[in-house]
Design a protein around this ligand. Sequence first.
Ligand SMILES: Nc1ncnc2c1ncn2[C@@H]1O[C@H](COP(=O)(O)OP(=O)(O)O)[C@@H](O)[C@H]1O
Ligand SMILES: [Mg+2]
Length: 372
Amino acid sequence: MVLSELELRHFRNLGIQELRFPPEGVAVIGENAQGKTNLLEAIYYLESFRSFRGAGDRELTEFAKDVFHLRGSVKGDRPATVAAGFDRKRKKKRVSVDGNESVRISEALGRLGAVVFSPADVDLVNGGPRLRRRFLDILLSLNLGGYVGALSVYRQALAQRNAALRADAGAMAVRAWDALLVKNGARVTRVRGAWVADQAGTFARYCSAISGNDPLTMSYRPDLGGDDSSVPDEETIREQFHARLEESWSRDVRRGVTTCGPHRDDLLFTIASKRRALPARTFGSGGQRRTAALALRLAEAATIRGQRGADPILLLDDAFAELDERRSERVMTLLQEECPGQVILTAPKESDVRLRGPSLARWSIREGMIEA
Ligand SMILES: Nc1ncnc2c1ncn2[C@@H]1O[C@H](COP(=O)(O)OP(=O)(O)O)[C@@H](O)[C@H]1O
Ligand SMILES: [Mg+2]
């Protein structure tokens, strides 16, 4: 996949600009707070229709403006022109694909085939389970058909069930949601589990390649029990879920909230030491945790490649600044081998650009304005 053109209007500090990207990509160089991350955020917005930094659409709109627009054209296995806009006053988000404005956001997701690598990715390992579920949900929504639908029905059913519990609305009103909850929750659990089972080997291989053989593993911890060594089929998960809802009934009523289901899942990273496996979140060194985060993004890239049969667009946000020299060299090698497609990277200085050598075009950015 190749991003060929990008049109920006009032997104953050990027003003009004039209950019044409070389097929092999570009290194965007600029000092702090000039808009480097904003540019990658704009590009990834056209992939996911949200900020990869977790910012709301209002924050993405240029200060003192009411509306932002973005439009990008991708070439590759599924060429498309994707556009998005947000109106702060009317609180309205619009997307279009190839000019078709009636397309739903869920249908427009994942058109670019892009992956972002950011220093904040280490929070995926350091932070709470919510961030890891968010990672899985975004990845699977963008890349696996049907997931986003099941997830959104699950969330709605969960919210309604919780509202009924909080309001003390009675067993009938609460349990009216169970069928939807179980059906869609089982699908979510199954797809998450299958992805982790599928990518666990790749993840471990990437970790060894980056760290020079420091075995780290990734495993799924579904709230409904089991693990990724054997992912049950949906029917079995539905039965488990029904049984768990029965078991937790009195607790749910007491707490006014649904206490079991995939909204409590986690993804676990462990260091295989000689005597036992230790969670990387608490026992990992800084280097190990950054390695796990990078390997997770590389597994995401591998998923896109597997789904589309085309190389993803890499968006690297000053991503390797904090790695030690040897790890960062190994990451560069791995990226060259595994991700030979277009790369759009940012760096504070020319000397920080260590990928693809001098052949990669250099652009500069200052106060949001990009110069090719
Ligand atoms: N909604 C917005 N409107 C205008 N400017 C913004 C907006 N949001 C952030 N900025 C500006 O963007 C700059 C930070 O951009 P960023 O891309 O994070 O910098 P960096 O180059 O360090 O990655 C700051 O100057 C900030 O004031
Ligand atoms: Mg930045």
